[in-house]
Design a protein around this ligand. Structure first.
Ligand SMILES: [Zn+2]
Length: 347
């Protein structure tokens, strides 16, 4: 959904800001919604101040960012920029068997005055305000996060194969315990990540033990690796070391490695970040240049137009839960930066 504030030149590519208003099943009130309300506030502030911009300014509300009801995530922005086909997205079905196409048609029917826009219409820039969803800004006592990159992601599924056997009768020398192999491998993977510094995120979040019986030596263990980094080179290198690291640590067990997902890091626009930085400095606000640990619609928009993100702190770095919280002071600081940057871009 786009809310447009006209500029002097109706045909000039507009400046866009915005985020999403869908949430997680037990999500908080700030993830996404903050960026949308901040965008509305910018439009209102421009009205209140009687500012006439050259370019139109538009607030975008991207459909189904979280992917908690319909998959995949960041669906609306992915369709908009052409990363995902419209028919494919429209066919998505939720847990109740409802189809996205029908749900969207009902929404559109409820707003009969709304006019259809073209996908991938040209724009001048996109700037998204969002809560950080991590602990860094609050811990560092900074008001604003200037996002350099949205980190890339690689998913792996690993299968460690040993030999199942009787827990009481099999002596140590005759064992090939797949769980011992997997535990050693997970430890080795964490050491590999730790040696690369604090920009790496490596998580083993799923472990399936077969046959998963107290008195049988595990014969096979499946585990997943979620690897993230804002740099493509590091992601390439670390991902490439996973198989070798696990094989070495899990020996003498056999190891199978499958890469199941790869999404490259997204570098946001340097000159847009420079503009936001100078607005932030002009307002006397403290800031930090940082990377985004979470994925956002900005990742898709960056394929289409110069794109930036403004982060504000959130308490204890907690997000996707009801306890999610950002103070009015934090949100106001981010909104002032957003207003300044949008006004400058549209001037
Ligand atoms: Zn979000």
């Amino acid at each position: 959904m786009f809310v447009r504030r006209p500029g002097r030149h109706a045909t000039a590519p507009p400046v866009l800001t915005g985020s999403h208003i869908d949430s997680q099943p037990f999500g908080g009130a700030y993830d996404g919604a903050y960026g949308v309300l901040a965008g509305f506030e910018v439009l209102e502030a421009l009205d209140d101040a009687g500012v006439e911009t050259e370019r139109p300014v538009e607030l975008a509300i991207w459909t189904n960012e979280e992917g908690s009801r319909f998959q995949p995530t960041t669906m609306g922005s992915a369709v908009f920029v052409g990363e995902l086909g419209l028919p494919e997205a429209m066919a998505a079905i939720d847990a109740q068997g409802r189809v996205l196409r029908d749900e969207l048609e009902a929404l559109v029917a409820a707003v009969p005055d709304a006019i259809h826009r073209d996908l991938a219409f040209p724009m001048h820039a996109f700037l998204e305000a969002h809560i950080e969803q991590g602990p860094i800004l609050e811990a560092e006592g900074k008001s604003i996060g200037l996002v350099r990159a949205i980190q890339g992601l690689r998913w792996f599924t690993l299968v460690v194969r040993g030999r199942a056997g009787h827990a009481g009768t099999t002596p140590p020398s005759a064992r090939q315990d797949a769980l011992v192999g997997a535990v050693n491998a997970i430890d080795a993977l964490n050491q590999l990540a730790a040696a690369e510094g604090d920009r790496v995120r490596l998580t083993v979040g799923r472990l399936e033990v077969h046959p998963n019986s107290p008195n049988t030596i595990p014969g096979e263990v499946l585990f997943t690796v979620d690897l993230r980094h804002p740099g493509e080179d590091a992601l390439e290198k670390l991902g490439g070391l996973i198989g070798e690291t696990v094989r070495k640590a899990a020996a003498p067990c056999d190891v199978e490695v499958h890469e199941t997902l790869r999404s490259p890091p997204t570098l946001l626009d340097d000159s847009l970040r420079g503009l936001v930085r100078s607005i932030t400095e002009g307002l006397g606000l403290s800031y930090l240049e940082m990377d985004s640990g979470a994925t956002h619609d900005a990742k898709n928009l960056a394929l289409h137009t110069p794109t930036g993100m403004v982060f504000v702190p959130c308490r204890d770095g907690v997000s996707h839960v009801q306890e999610e919280y950002a103070s009015v002071e934090w949100m106001l600081a981010g909104t002032r930066v957003l207003a300044g940057a949008v006004t400058e871009l549209a001037a």
